[in-house]
Design a protein around this ligand. Structure first.
Ligand code: ITT
Length: 208
């Protein structure tokens, strides 16, 4: 099956490809469809923003699309940076500045619990929302960034049950247990019930 992913984030596309291609699906990026239309991500939830991205991209591309809105929630900061994860350090910010700002706020704090959240929405070719699912991975924030894998806040996020950060763990491990993997597994089950089984099962089979 051909799945169009409405995102301008190349790292997300790479992860969707790594999770979906072993299952026999091909991933088409927004870039290959002519580029993401501008979307004002002003929703107060990941679900609202994922739905906006999916519906607006489907209208622009004239085909069904899936969109991902995701981010990090730090418990002791009341869920910050949340839906503002990509823009935490303000205009002109980037992954490095966002992470530096967050680790600065967490300096000396004992409670470092955090979770990554991913909402995946599906829109039909007429831009109508078909559904939205959510995946989460719990963990905690390291004191300082470690590792070069992944993107965004990965170098400082240690998933529950591990000692390494997503920046240190091999991508196959992140793609098995991440918020995106968990949302995608549900998305496939809910949106494409006749498709091959979800990403996590698929990756497990691949590794077996
Ligand atoms: P699109 O809106 O075009 O999809 P984006 O990067 O702006 O691209 P979001 O609005 O969903 O996407 O913001 C996601 C941000 O949350 C991302 O820039 C990272 O800072 C963080 N994030 C999300 N998933 C992550 C992951 O798997 N690893 C590390 N950081 C992640």
């Amino acid at each position: 099956m051909k799945i169009v992913i409405a995102t301008s984030n190349a790292h997300k596309v790479q992860e969707f490809r790594a999770m979906l291609e072993p299952l026999g699906h091909s991933v088409v990026s927004a870039g290959e469809m002519g580029g993401m239309p501008p979307v004002d991500e002003d929703g107060s939830t990941f679900e609202e923003n994922a739905a906006k991205k999916a519906c607006q991209a489907a209208l622009a591309f004239h085909c069904p699309v899936m969109a991902d809105d995701s981010g990090l929630e730090v418990i002791a900061l009341g869920g910050e940076p949340g839906v503002l994860s990509a823009r935490y350090a303000g205009e002109g910010g980037n992954d490095g500045r966002n992470l530096a700002k967050l680790l600065g706020k967490l300096q000396g704090m004992e409670d470092r619990r955090a979770r990554f959240v991913c909402a995946i929405a599906l829109a039909d070719a007429q831009g109508r929302l078909q559904g939205c699912v959510r995946g989460e991975v719990q963990g905690h924030m390291a004191d300082a960034p470690r590792g070069k894998e992944g993107f965004g806040y990965d170098p400082a996020f240690v998933p529950q049950g591990y000692e390494q950060t997503f920046g240190e763990l091999p991508p196959q491990v992140k793609n098995r247990l991440s918020h995106r993997a968990r949302a995608l597994e549900q998305a496939i089950r809910q949106f494409f019930p006749d498709a091959p089984r979800g990403a996590r099962e698929g990756n497990r089979q691949e590794e077996a």
